[in-house]
Design a protein around this ligand. Structure first.
Ligand SMILES: Cc1cc2nc3c(=O)[nH]c(=O)nc-3n(C[C@H](O)[C@H](O)[C@H](O)COP(=O)(O)OP(=O)(O)OC[C@H]3O[C@@H](n4cnc5c(N)ncnc54)[C@H](O)[C@@H]3O)c2cc1C
Length: 489
């Protein structure tokens, strides 16, 4: 038995070692865009590697020659922080304009998107759960639910893992139940109101898996992936074959890292698919002259097709929360336990090592202090889909949802399960050490005028979700930007 275990361990170690040495098997067909000719022809050009784009590469006929164009590089080699659970915060904070896996979006809200093969899934917190069935009904998409569930089974087999709860996540689970977010559903990938353990795209060793891994199943004979390929616009041509004028896409223009332009054209009956994400796909449509005529004209972009809602209705799931430094550092963890309240707040937790800057030791002698790292435990709430104009809480309904969630966080902090994470004070009292904005002390009292909790709701964090861009025949858009609403998780 022991020998068998040892043999199995050696196989796993060897596999991991060979992946590190050779890279994932999809590297056989990943090429830097500088090596592509200035013009070539394909059966299908997919722009952007958001999750749906990958799935398409698997479902297209074998005879199709597929080109997937991705703005960023590969999540492998030279990016050790990106690939581990503990490296999440560094990945999100070490952002540059050129090569960082996380790319800042121009807004005052600190929004990021993934600029790397695998898209935002390659930089995200790895929390995996199926959407609320209500989302499927309201999303304006005509789902084939049986096929849909079958596809998810395949994704789950490849990249979703059951997390093992340790002290902080276990305490949050118990705290949620004590605070009345019950019953407990155990581990399930299904959407469940109340408390459950969710799936994670980080494996037991803390290694990240993303939709990029799904490319390992692609047929190398009919796919090429061009990385560092920045698609500038989709080429739209008129065709008079059908009654009345009709637009069709004939290819895309992209530039490589050397600033050289390339044309990736599609053969007759081929097509261009946009899978550049919530922000990227509508942006590309607008740059290609597909969008609201007055807006395009105001930027001097020739109008190829007037589509009034492109670039409208941006939704996000803002997060609010509190962070504490516990007396004993907890494990590092990303979202593993979730409590969904009946009023629509999603309560989640994480614990991360963060750099901590100490004040100078003396006012007179300013010696540089060595970097200090502390483990911070965070409890947060997310609320589902307010429409954003990047002023997240202008709608009182969203403020109310946020206040309810914040009040629930207060209730969890007062449970017995959380005592272990408090510091003992003189005279036997205990308190939390907050990092960043603390939770208002007397929440219940202050809720009568609501002002303090409402103010807390403006300390939010954001990550982009969906941008509804309306329906268009060509190019087809195959990412979340086509949904009418956003699932909260
Ligand atoms: C910090 C963070 C944490 C998150 N945590 C979670 C979580 O725990 N669980 C969860 O379910 N969701 C999470 N999300 C959301 C989730 O990752 C996204 O909703 C999901 O990845 C889909 O994103 P998308 O459709 O916008 O496309 P993306 O995944 O962003 O993909 C778009 C791709 O297109 C590429 N692209 C864009 N423009 C161009 C262009 N012009 N030319 C070529 N390529 C282009 C981009 O480089 C990118 O690779 C998180 C998101 C962020 C940012």
């Amino acid at each position: 038995m022991h020998l068998l275990c040892l043999a199995a361990m050696l196989v796993v170690l060897f596999n991991n070692f060979s992946v590190l040495q050779r890279g994932p098997s999809y590297m056989r067909f990943v090429v830097n865009s500088t090596e592509f000719p200035s013009q070539d022809y394909h059966g299908c050009a997919i722009v952007g590697s958001s999750t749906t784009g990958y799935t398409f590469t698997q479902s297209l006929p074998q005879s199709y020659r597929v080109l997937l164009l991705e703005l960023g590089g590969v999540p492998y080699g030279g990016k050790p922080k990106l690939m581990t659970r503990g490296g999440l915060l560094s990945t999100l904070t070490e952002v540059d304009e050129y090569d960082s896996p996380a790319q800042a979006f121009l807004s005052e809200d600190g929004v990021h998107t993934g600029g790397i093969l695998g898209g935002s899934r390659a930089i995200n917190a790895g929390f995996y759960s199926l959407a609320d069935p209500d989302f499927c009904l309201k999303s304006d998409v005509d789902w084939d639910l049986a096929l849909d569930n079958q596809s998810y089974e395949w994704v789950e087999k490849e990249i979703v893992f059951r997390p093992e709860l340790r002290n902080w996540q276990s305490a949050v689970r118990d705290g949620l139940l004590e605070a009345g977010v019950d019953p407990f559903h155990g581990f399930t990938l299904d959407h469940r109101v109340e408390t459950k353990i969710v799936g994670s795209t980080f494996d037991g060793a803390g290694r990240r898996h993303s939709s990029a891994d799904l490319l390992n199943n692609a047929n190398a004979a009919n796919i090429k992936v061009a990385v560092y390929a920045n698609v500038e616009r989709v080429l739209v041509a008129s065709t008079a074959q059908l009654a009345g004028p009709r637009q069709t896409t004939i290819g895309v223009v992209y530039w490589d890292r050397n600033g050289k332009y390339h044309h990736a054209m599609v053969r007759p009956n081929g097509e261009v698919l946009l899978s550049a994400g919530a922000i990227g796909s509508p942006q590309l449509l607008l740059l290609s002259g597909i969008g609201p005529r007055p807006y395009l004209s105001s930027w001097g972009i020739p109008v190829a097709y007037h589509l009034p809602y492109v670039g409208q209705y941006l939704y996000d799931n803002p997060r609010n929360g509190i962070s504490i430094v516990p007396p004993m550092p907890p494990e590092q963890s990303l979202i593993q336990v979730v409590g969904i309240t009946k009023v629509g707040a999603y309560l989640e937790a994480a614990s991360n090592v963060v750099p901590f800057s100490t004040p100078p030791r003396s006012v007179f002698i300013r010696t540089p202090s060595p970097p200090l790292y502390i483990t911070v435990a965070t409890l947060m709430e997310k609320i589902s889909g307010p429409m954003v104009r990047f002023s997240y809480f202008s709608d009182p309904v969203n403020v109310e949802k946020c206040v309810n969630g914040t009040r629930k966080i207060g209730e969890i902090l007062r449970t017995r399960s959380m005592r272990y994470f408090m510091f003992r004070e003189w005279f036997g009292s205990s308190r939390f050490r907050f990092v960043g904005p603390p939770l208002p002390d007397d929440q219940i009292g202050l809720l009568s005028d609501g002002k303090v909790l409402q103010a807390h709701c403006h300390h939010y964090m954001a990550s982009p979700r969906w941008l509804c861009c309306g329906v268009i025949g060509s190019p087809r858009v195959v990412d979340g930007s086509t949904f009418a609403i956003s699932p909260a998780n």
